[in-house]
Design a protein around this ligand. Structure first.
Ligand SMILES: Cc1cc2nc3c(=O)[nH]c(=O)nc-3n(C[C@H](O)[C@H](O)[C@H](O)COP(=O)(O)O)c2cc1C
Length: 320
């Protein structure tokens, strides 16, 4: 068993947190990860109230273990924070934007505050917000993020925010990645893309199969999906997705894509309805190389943790 500041904080069996992936990490997946001894975070994303009510209710019904919710900070408001807190999660994670306006409300509700950051400035804001845990997210990550790589970012954040415990995110999909994160001084890993290709994840089976089939060099950070969907992401955050025909057509031609709205948006929504992933997005990170099948979340949590334990023992055996 691996014991860290993360496992102590939430009384977990494994130092693994499910990334709160919007549209992917619903109540079923979050509860499965929590029941397996990790910490499941529901992907509350942009704060859709009806979706949140359904998925938070389902999480609470399906686990008696600690669980939480993640939100995209710039997209939410106090009403969304209050709604989420009314379900009494054990943790709220805020990503992408200044968490300070909401930190005190989360903590006053007796809930742990987790902040995901992409650089050292954001790490300091997270500390000022009162974060109990800070996730250092490298650019290898699936979904939105910044430009710094996980390997140098994690220890830099560990040093900058000590003694606040840090988790590593971005490019971790197996026990080797978790062991590496612990060696960098992190207290665990927050994992997204690997759990997208799980039985309990929301999202179409064909999207999961694309992740299984893809290679890491077929992912990229791009603004084109945010432009066509009309999401006003602040400067500096781009989503990492699988390359597809839509990217080939519009990457580097973002101005033209803006001119081509709304016809392109209509076509995009139709493609969403059809499950056409040549046009619509599959957010995924560079760790797709390490994903070879769709598996149950509980099996993933168990295996990643056991593999990490074996790796750490093997590393210790190198010492003379
Ligand atoms: C499909 C998908 C959706 C995501 N949605 C969100 C989100 O809504 N909020 C958030 O904070 N992070 C989101 N992320 C990023 C994760 O929080 C996390 O940083 C990332 O998955 C870690 O890297 P990995 O994908 O290599 O494991 C998403 C990631 C993926 C793959």
């Amino acid at each position: 068993m691996i014991q860290t500041g993360l496992t102590d904080l939430f009384n977990l069996r494994h130092p693994i947190v499910l990334a709160p992936m919007a549209g992917v990490a619903g109540g079923q997946l979050a509860a499965a990860v929590s029941n397996a001894g990790g910490l499941g975070l529901v992907g509350g994303g942009y704060g859709d109230a009806a979706w949140l009510r359904k998925e938070l209710f389902s999480t609470r019904e399906n686990t008696s273990r600690p669980w939480g919710v993640g939100l995209i900070t710039w997209a939410v408001n106090q009403r969304v924070i209050d709604l989420v807190l009314s379900y009494q999660p054990d943790a709220v994670m805020l990503s992408f934007g200044d968490p300070r306006p909401y930190g005190a409300f989360v903590k006053a509700a007796g809930c742990r505050l987790i902040c995901q950051v992409q650089d050292l400035n954001e790490a300091r804001l997270a500390q000022q917000a009162g974060a109990d845990l800070i996730v250092a997210q490298g650019t290898e990550a699936g979904g939105h993020g910044g430009t710094r790589a996980t390997l140098p970012l994690v220890p830099a954040v560990v040093d900058a925010v000590a003694p606040t415990p840090v988790l590593a995110a971005g490019g971790i999909a197996d026990g080797r990645g978790l062991a590496a994160a612990l060696a960098l001084g992190a207290h665990g890993a927050l994992i997204g893309t690997r759990f997208y290709a799980s039985t309990e994840a929301q999202g179409r089976p064909s999207a999961k199969q694309r992740i299984v089939a893809a290679h890491g060099n077929e992912t990229l950070r791009t603004p084109v999906f945010d432009i066509v969907r009309g999401y006003g992401w602040p400067q500096g955050y781009y989503g990492r997705a699988l390359h597809n025909a839509f990217v080939t057509r519009w990457s580097g031609r973002e101005e033209e894509l803006m001119q081509a709205l709304p016809a392109e948006r209509t076509a995009y929504h139709e493609a969403m309805g059809d499950g056409n992933f040549d046009t619509t997005v599959v957010w995924a990170g560079e760790a797709v190389d390490l994903i070879h099948s769709v598996e149950d979340a509980a099996a993933l949590v168990e295996r990643i943790s056991l593999e990490a334990e074996a790796r750490l023992r093997a590393s210790a055996a190198l010492l003379r």
